[in-house]
Design a protein around this ligand. Sequence first.
Ligand code: GLC
Length: 482
Amino acid sequence: MASKAPQAYEVNANELTGTPEQEAYMRDIIDQFTIDTKYLEQVRDRFMLEMQKGLDKEGATIAMIPSFVEGRLTGKEEGNFLALDLGGTNLRVVLVTLEGQGKYKTVSSKSRVSEELKTGPMRNLCDYIAECVDTFLTEQGLENQEIELNLGYTFSFPVLQTKINRGVLSTWTKGFACTGAVGKDPVLLLQDALLRKHVPVKVSALVNDTVGTLLSNAYNKPNTLAGLILGTGANGAYIEKMNKINKWKGGKTTSDEMIINMEFGAFDNERQILPLTRFDNKLDRESINPHAQLYEKMISGMYLGEITRNVLTDMIDRELLLKRDENTSFAWSKEISRHWSFETAFMSNIEADNSADFSYTKEILDTNLSLHDITTTEAKFIKKICELVGKRAARLAACSIAAIVQHTGATQAGCDIGIDGSLYEFYPSFENRMYEALSELLPEVSDIRKTIRLGLAKDGSGVGAALTACVAARMEKVQATA
Ligand code: GLC
């Protein structure tokens, strides 16, 4: 399935008429946010270099973490598994029934993780998760299981894995900052909390959401090469040959291939290639993790709205936007002056606006940010800025796919790439813009959509985690008989 996102309606640069100062400002912004093919190629090349560094040694910027998920799926995987998904906007508990032949059923429950839990002690977060699992099992009539249920734990943060169900959290990302977690094993912390509550569940696999996405896509598309998340955060996983993972010290494996969790959100933390603007720098500096996840901060849903807001507030400060009489302009800009007040979802809606007088854009700004009397000229500028930030994100994100495809030599034979996340699913034209950049980056491919097949991999963190738990059981069996 392709992304279901609507089309974006782009504003033509020659429609951007205003005062000479406004026009000059817009020209400069367009210039800063537009990335041409040549630049994309440089980003992609650098990306490939960094991938190699990550495969060669520990501690590289793109961490290239072996997931301990060995080999490919057969499509015949079956059974009941629990999955837990932590790391996006919500915490989800999912009961997955794998039916074989790429088919499955799921039942799930969802709850929000408060800011307090995200930044408080890890023990509290784990207790909360255990409580959610407990409630879910009761709702499903599974609370008195004789045999422990196997749970695949999708924990979508950089974890250096030591086994399929063991690892150490190296750092938090995406606004999480619980104390007492970095340097610890998230599986043990959760298992302890489950034991404290007597919940009959065994955490049998630790999964990054990208790995889960790859597997859920591969369950019915055997030519799947990679899984990506383009949502709150951004990251990818792909299938690598064991003999190319030069840093591997884990001994003999049950297959000659393993999925690598790239943790590519950290790409170019050294600021060598990414076309950072002063708006990106402002965002980075004011973030909870300055100097970290620089690529993620340019391409993922958590940040795009804030970059846009930084441009808009700069324009306001220069009196190029929202300039009214002396007294009203300050009151006007109150809401938009608040950190994170411009959500990426607003950009999505604004980009989809196809009205002649930008009435929908005006309405969104009015309802969400109390900007009551936006002029058509202003709405046009704001829409253009959303477009620039959104398009840059899609084009930069495409560099990672081009790099994976070229690194693995899949350009000729083609491959499937499963993608999950709100940006890919709902942001107007995100997929189209990625395809466009991909065809610029891979001019040798004649039909890009038929060769590098991007597709929505729904519920990678649920179904994918269940599949990982299933692979874990298979590997255990093979190891036992070896
Ligand atoms: C962040 C996390 C990574 C995850 C991604 C998408 O980049 O570090 O582990 O895969 O977000 O959720």
